[in-house]
Design a protein around this ligand. Structure first.
Ligand SMILES: [Fe+2]
Length: 374
């Protein structure tokens, strides 16, 4: 079978000499960094026993010192070489509305020290971009990085969100896609691909990720598949976009259902297959080469509009139902409050380590988790 490495080799002759020299220099730097921090392959193929021994705990991302094995350098090449800024903290929210709870969530984003907020759709529920942006700017100011996606309640007013969105890039580079709600945003080394309902992997996602050399990649959209949320939402996005992002090792961020839930590491989205080599509830592994990959899905729907019940994957207590698909579920059944998920990338001096948590506007840290990139 053709591997990413094969494809890279085939592409190599087309590169200009300067590009080849640059690529070599980057490889050397990354190898040196990796050796310095003792990065190894993630828990793939049973590589990290501690991850499975500590299903609820938070793995600190530290590995033993030692030279890289050949397979580890190959893994690094397949999964990107450029990390984010150290300790880059990003907030993820969705389904905000324009009430006082959303203001509290915005204040939480600020007080937690996030460098940017990613909004997974359904901003205003009255098709009022002006009111929504005024509320955002009253807390975060006029230039704070805010990266939005188009939800169903944004459909009729979407064009009204875009002028202000351009003021809130925070120095990120933005590449346009096939329509005005499809784009790639690169912010301090974090890659975010935004899509909407009706999009597909080949047209709206793969072109942005297939040759990208960044380690940390995120796919962002609003709607779900029924099995990728724990409330009453149906099959709306289709599996193709989920599987495409998994194969790229991209973290999947969604909204739409008004609760917070996060899967374990999945090696197949359609069948919700939990990775047996990285099955901890709070210890996640991501990575992919475009053909094979693993990642997890978040529904961040507690941005301020309402809080709904858990109707799928009962019981409502850990480890829940649905064959251990879920690492954490936070709905009105678990007395959830509004809040945000925060993920900090490139932590502990390890470019391939990240940590995350969900915090509420009342100050409760509902869950913590760690992520290691292959
Ligand atoms: Fe929605």
């Amino acid at each position: 079978m053709e591997t990413q490495g094969d494809r890279d080799q085939q592409k190599e002759p087309r590169k200009a000499p300067l590009a080849r020299m640059f690529g070599l220099a980057v490889s050397v730097i990354v190898l040196a960094l990796s050796m310095g921090t003792g990065v190894s392959a993630c828990a793939g193929a049973g590589g990290d026993e501690r991850a499975n021994d500590d299903p609820q705990g938070v793995y600190d991302g530290q590995e033993e010192e030692g030279a890289l094995e050949p397979s580890e350098t190959t893994s690094a090449a397949l999964n990107g070489t450029v990390s984010t800024d150290p300790n880059l903290k990003i907030a993820f929210i969705g389904d905000t509305g324009t009430g006082s709870s959303f203001t509290s969530v915005l204040n939480l984003v600020l007080s937690e020290g996030a460098a940017a907020v990613v909004v997974n759709g359904d901003m205003s529920y009255s098709a009022n971009p002006t009111t929504w942006w005024n509320q955002v700017e009253s807390v975060l100011g006029t230039t704070f990085p805010v990266f939005i996606s188009r939800g169903n309640h944004d459909d009729s007013s979407w064009s009204g969100y875009l002028p202000k969105a351009a003021n809130h890039l925070g120095g990120a580079t933005r590449v346009a896609g096939a329509h005005d709600a499809n784009y790639k945003t690169t912010f301090r080394g974090l890659v975010l691909v935004t899509a909407k309902k009706g999009d597909n992997g080949a047209t709206h996602i793969t072109p942005f990720l297939d040759t990208d050399t960044h380690i940390w990649k995120i796919c962002q959209w609003h709607q779900n598949q029924a099995a990728m949320q724990v409330g009453g939402k149906g099959d709306e996005m289709g599996w193709d976009v989920y599987e495409t992002c998994r194969k790229q090792g991209a973290i999947i961020q969604t909204g739409h259902e008004h609760s917070y839930e996060r899967t374990r590491t999945l090696t197949n989205m359609t069948s919700q297959t939990v990775d047996p080599t990285c099955n901890g509830a709070g210890v996640l592994c991501v990575g992919g080469d475009g053909t094979n990959g693993r990642t997890f899905v978040t529904v961040a729907g507690l941005g301020g509009n309402s809080i709904r019940t858990q109707t799928r994957c009962t019981p409502t207590t850990f480890p829940y139902g649905c064959s251990n698909t879920w690492g954490f579920i936070y709905t009105s059944n678990q007395s959830a409050n509004y809040g945000a998920q925060f993920i900090t990338f490139n932590v502990g001096g390890n470019p391939k380590a990240a940590t995350g948590y969900f915090k509420t506007i009342s100050g409760t840290t509902a869950e913590t988790f760690s992520i290691t990139h292959d």
